[in-house]
Design a protein around this ligand. Structure first.
Ligand SMILES: NC(=O)C1=CN([C@@H]2O[C@H](COP(=O)(O)OP(=O)(O)OC[C@H]3O[C@@H](n4cnc5c(N)ncnc54)[C@H](OP(=O)(O)O)[C@@H]3O)[C@@H](O)[C@H]2O)C=CC1
Ligand SMILES: CC(=O)N[C@@H](CCC(=O)OP(=O)(O)O)C(=O)O
Length: 335
């Protein structure tokens, strides 16, 4: 078995990673870092994992724990992987980072969108962007992968084939996407606790949400992105609007682009977030409107699945030469 070290194991993504790895045929948890809960049983923070990890406890941060690990999976707040970079790279084992630290192409772009200078610009060029549907071969040959998170994954899956086929204008694309509250991480604040979200629906991060950068970098188009928070635990639905370059069949373009993709389903029915819950699946649809000459393209994923932990496992499988789908489900939990 490949032994994985998990950073941020006490977080929502960390918990989902451990849930997936518990059922993975070739990967097991070597060490689960969770400094704030060091010494406590994993089940004290993730009770749903009690049967899967009856004896495992969270470890305090210590790079010595990497000894005997063959894979590092980092699910830390952005900034943390830059800070720990030397220790994470020292073991020389594959690293999948889900934070935003190494996703953008340049230190300038990082500073522009994250509002702080990049601490390790020397390493930026060494990471591959971990969206397998577009960068599979590069991921296979990489030791360092920066996996994208939920909003950019959903938007880019819906948009990139349409931009590449020149079916839509690359200027002025609008992405409205709604996220379940787990997208904001484990710690509640006034905006994310029950009373802040129950029975309500709101936009946030207007004009300058940092995920705009990854949407533009991967799709190659100009994007105006508005995230929304919906009163559910999991799920992302991205609804993308673009001016068509002429009459087109966007559904056919998406079907062809993803015909051989194990985790992407393209269908006529507008997708729902619930279809993807607990899985690594992405459900897409699209339409052309003759009246307005616009295309609308939709993507639904589980923010913790294809938008986070599932994506990390899919990348790790590719990097390790395993079956890409190992340990990952294509089926949501429904109803
Ligand atoms: N939630 C989601 O749907 C998605 C999240 N992401 C990204 O994945 C990463 C993890 O997200 P998520 O699991 O939701 O986050 P959480 O806040 O739920 O968990 C983060 C974990 O990181 C650890 N940590 C280490 N250093 C710090 C620090 N300086 N400040 C706060 N926590 C720290 C904490 O554990 P401890 O203190 O015990 O070390 C904590 O449990 C983030 O970069 C996030 O943006 C990306 C895609 C989707
Ligand atoms: C609902 C919610 O708050 N979502 C988060 C996105 C979390 C995430 O995916 O962050 P990274 O991909 O940058 O790691 C947000 O909008 O900031």
């Amino acid at each position: 078995m490949i032994r994985a070290a998990i950073l941020g194991a006490s977080g929502y993504v960390g918990g989902e990673l451990m849930r997936l790895i518990a059922a993975h045929p070739a990967i097991e948890v070597g060490v689960a870092f969770g400094a704030s809960n060091a010494g406590q049983a994993v089940a004290a923070v993730h009770p749903h994992l009690a049967l899967a990890y009856p004896e495992l406890a969270f470890a305090a941060w210590d790079a010595a724990h990497f000894q005997g690990c063959d894979l590092i999976l980092a699910a830390l707040p952005h900034g943390e992987t830059q800070r720990l970079a030397d220790e994470l790279l020292a073991p020389g084992v594959p690293l999948v980072d889900l934070g935003a630290d190494f996703r953008l192409g340049s230190a300038g772009e990082y500073e522009r969108w994250y509002g702080e200078p990049h601490a390790r610009p020397d390493l930026l060029g060494r990471f591959t962007y971990g969206l397998p549907e577009f960068f599979r071969d590069e991921i296979k040959g990489s030791r360092l992968v920066a996996a994208p998170g939920c909003y950019p994954t959903a938007a880019n899956l819906a948009l990139k084939p349409l931009v590449d086929a020149a079916a839509i204008d690359g200027q002025g694309i609008i992405v409205d996407a709604a996220s379940g509250v787990s997208g904001a991480g484990r710690a509640a604040n006034a905006g994310t606790h029950f009373c802040g979200i129950d029975g309500s629906y709101r936009a946030y991060g207007l004009i300058r949400h940092r995920h705009t950068a990854e949407m533009e970098m991967v799709s190659g188009a100009e994007v105006l992105f508005t995230p929304h928070l919906m009163a559910t635990s999991r799920g992302i639905l991205a609804t993308c609007y673009a001016r068509a370059t002429g009459p087109c069949d966007p559904l056919a373009i998406l079907r062809e682009a993803y015909a051989n993709e194990p985790f992407v389903h393209v269908g006529e029915t507008p997708p729902e977030t619930k279809w993807a819950t607990g899985s690594n699946a992405a459900f897409l649809s699209a339409r052309y409107d003759e009246r307005t000459n616009m295309v609308v393209a939709l993507a639904a994923i589980d923010n913790l699945g294809k938008g986070a932990a599932g994506q990390m496992v899919q990348c790790a499988n590719l990097m390790l030469g395993l079956d890409e789908t190992a340990g990952l489900s294509t089926m949501g939990v429904y109803p």
